[in-house]
Design a binder for this molecule. Structure first.
Ligand SMILES: NC(=O)c1ccc[n+]([C@@H]2O[C@H](COP(=O)([O-])OP(=O)(O)OC[C@H]3O[C@@H](n4cnc5c(N)ncnc54)[C@H](OP(=O)(O)O)[C@@H]3O)[C@@H](O)[C@H]2O)c1
Length: 345
């Protein structure tokens, strides 16, 4: 039996589909307020003929990674764990929640996996938990994360959660860690990287100068399974298809969504102004800011990620980012309800 956490999220839902197609026996945790409707639609999207049956083969159990008894129950009879649950946020108000869920929640799962003699553990980390390169160099797995005032709380929590997995590995838990770049795919557009498509569809006008890595959600899911089912253990892998300017991704989304791509460049000065104004607006209205200090600053950074290690280990060929953008857009064209402002999954 395989246990998947975060199965209702962007990564987890694609992973559930990948495992279901391979005929694996899968248990997925959901919380009392989780919505699994989008996961079912994804299964039908990728396989209209068999999606319903594949989805019905997933065993959903209620649990929260911060609730140890529920995780203890979920782990009964489990040999493999894929841990994709996390809070992905750049809102300063979410810092405590991220430390609680991402770090403490991962520690709980690692401890329980050790206790239950789980055979292998796959942790979905992030490039936010990898160190920064000297100017101009590519980011690879060897870079060590360093404490710095410019680290976001998300980055701190992802590094903290990765450390829990390394600790588990030292205590005997066979594990593999994936560090994806920005993941592109159909998912709940109110959260995580799935928000990017929604912004472009809603007519985003500004783009920033930054460059980063992007990868299709289907590639992340497939590589997690390939790495889990192979002999590799005690290693981490950057999962990246292409390094592109943010503007290129926005232009691809706009192309497939039939909207105008963002056309005004927001340089450092403008983005620094924007996050401060948003902070004031958020304080006065109680609404979440559309841009934060972290998103403003990372939007102007140029970072290039190496995918050499994972290609060497698996021989994998990544889908172009354009395919990921097209897939995302076509899904939402078929299911516009998920983009409706009144709809909350
Ligand atoms: N998206 C990206 O671009 C990206 C890039 C690199 C790495 N990652 C990593 O990939 C992983 C998955 O991210 P995602 O994009 O799929 O995020 P997501 O769409 O926001 O999904 C987050 C998932 O975590 C679950 N979750 C949150 N708190 C939980 C808790 N206390 N107990 C149990 N489940 C909980 C959510 O469940 P509910 O449905 O109940 O809320 C949901 O299933 C994360 O570790 C993230 O850091 C993401």
């Amino acid at each position: 039996m395989i246990l998947v956490t975060g199965g209702t999220g962007l990564v987890g839902s694609h992973l559930l589909y990948e495992l279901a197609v391979r005929g694996r026996q899968v248990r997925a945790i959901k919380r009392s307020g989780s919505h699994i409707g989008l996961v079912r639609q994804l299964f039908l999207w990728y396989d209209p003929a068999h999606g319903e049956e594949l989805f019905s083969n997933i065993e959903w159990v209620e649990g929260d990674i911060n609730d140890i008894p529920s995780m203890q129950e979920a782990l009964v009879g489990v040999r493999y764990v894929y841990h994709c649950a996390a809070v992905v946020s750049f809102l300063p108000d979410d810092s405590q929640l991220m430390m609680k869920v991402n770090v403490e929640g991962t520690a709980n799962l690692v401890n329980l996996s050790l206790q239950n003699q789980v055979e292998k553990f796959c942790h979905c980390s992030s490039v936010a938990a990898v160190g920064r390169p000297e100017r101009g160099n590519h980011v690879d797995e060897s870079l060590v994360w360093k404490t710095s005032g410019s680290n976001s709380w998300y980055s701190i929590s992802k590094y903290g959660s990765e450390r829990e997995v390394w600790r588990g590995a030292e205590e005997g838990l066979a594990s593999v860690i994936v560090n994806p770049t920005v993941i592109v795919g159909p998912g709940d557009p109110s959260r995580s990287s799935a928000q990017l498509y929604q912004s472009v569809k809603n007519g985003l006008k500004f783009y920033t100068n930054g460059v980063t890595g992007f990868v299709d959600a289907r590639d992340v899911a497939r590589l997690m399974v390939l790495l889990m089912e192979g002999d590799i253990s005690g290693e981490r892998f950057i999962i990246n298809s292409e390094n592109l300017p943010y503007r290129d991704l926005f232009t691809l989304f706009a192309k497939y969504a039939g909207t105008r791509p963002p056309r005004y460049r927001a340089g450092r000065f403008l983005t620094e102004m924007a996050w401060r104004l948003e902070k004031v607006r958020s304080f006065l209205t109680g609404q979440k800011p559309l841009i934060t200090r972290e998103t403003a600053r990372s939007g102007n950074v140029k970072r290039y990620f190496s995918n050499e290690k994972v290609i060497k280990a698996t021989g994998y060929t990544f889908r172009p980012v354009e395919e990921a953008a097209e897939n995302t857009s076509l899904f939402f064209q078929k299911h516009p309800i998920y983009l409706s402002p009144d709809f909350r999954m």
